[in-house]
Ligand binder design. Structure first.
Ligand SMILES: [Zn+2]
Ligand SMILES: [Zn+2]
Length: 257
């Protein structure tokens, strides 16, 4: 299984992850923070399914741009998957004719722009040779992590963001024998623990505590480091000296097998 971490900063360095999007096997996206800026356009056209973790802007910001970019007259359109709260937010706050044309309503009229599909916790869906299981996280709005299993190979990866400390995702991680990688957030430095608690995110210290719930050694890729505190957070993550942990680099493609 191939996971591309879509870069989301403009300029010399791809290092910063400002918006979240991961493209799996070229055809399925987790989150759409930066999906609508992916180049070349054909790379966007190949993405047929978008799974949204939650409704925050760094995860949905360019969804309307993506839908606009890949539109083709005809019966086919991308599928957008999310919990009921995400889908309601898309309708009410984004595709409302004020912020962006109501492509949801227009999809029922002639040639569809997008199809919305509701996800339920721990009810897997199968698309593009992948089985994707949403798992409830602990965030300020309802949020899903995703277990993504490649059906042909049983190789699996997990996306755990955005979240404060949680339990269920680790119970499941401990049960999946094909699990080969975990993308886990670490948003704020330890000094900003008060904000991490309020915003339901992890600090490096909380990140380490989460990993004690994982009973196997699996490579962990750090994601969702807030740009305002990038250097202290990176330093504290390095100070953890965890051999199975590396910082996920935007712009790279990771192979899991
Ligand atoms: Zn969030
Ligand atoms: Zn976020």
């Amino acid at each position: 299984m191939k996971v591309h971490i879509v870069p989301s900063s403009v300029g010399d360095s791809n290092r910063h992850q400002i918006l979240a999007t991961y493209v799996i096997n070229d055809s399925v996206a987790i989150d759409a923070g930066v999906l609508g800026l992916l180049s070349p356009l054909d790379a966007q056209r190949r993405v047929r399914h978008v799974f949204l973790s939650h409704s925050h802007l760094d995860h949905v910001a360019t969804l309307p741009i993506f839908i606009d970019n890949v539109y083709m007259y005809g019966p086919d359109c991308p599928s957008v998957w999310g919990n009921p709260q995400v889908l309601e937010t898309l309708q009410r706050d984004i595709f409302n004719d004020r912020l962006w044309p109501d492509m949801i309503r227009l999809s029922g009229e002639e040639s569809p722009f997008l199809q919305l599909n509701t996800l339920s916790a721990e009810q897997p869906v199968e698309v593009e040779g992948l089985r994707i299981t949403p798992i409830e996280l602990k965030h300020v709005v309802p949020a899903f992590g995703f277990l993504v299993e490649e059906i042909a190979t049983s190789v699996a990866v997990m996306f755990v963001s955005d979240t404060g400390p949680s339990e269920r995702v680790w119970e499941i991680a401990n049960q999946i024998s094909g699990l080969r990688g975990i993308f886990l957030e670490a948003s704020f430095p330890n000094s900003m623990r008060w904000l991490a608690d309020k915003a339901a995110h992890l600090t490096p210290q909380l990140f380490r505590e989460e990993l004690t719930k994982l009973k196997r050694s699996i490579p962990v890729h750090v994601i969702h480091i807030k740009l305002a505190f990038e250097n202290p957070t990176l330093n504290e993550l390095r100070d953890l000296q965890l051999s199975n942990v590396q910082i996920a680099e935007p712009g790279t493609t990771l192979e899991f097998n």
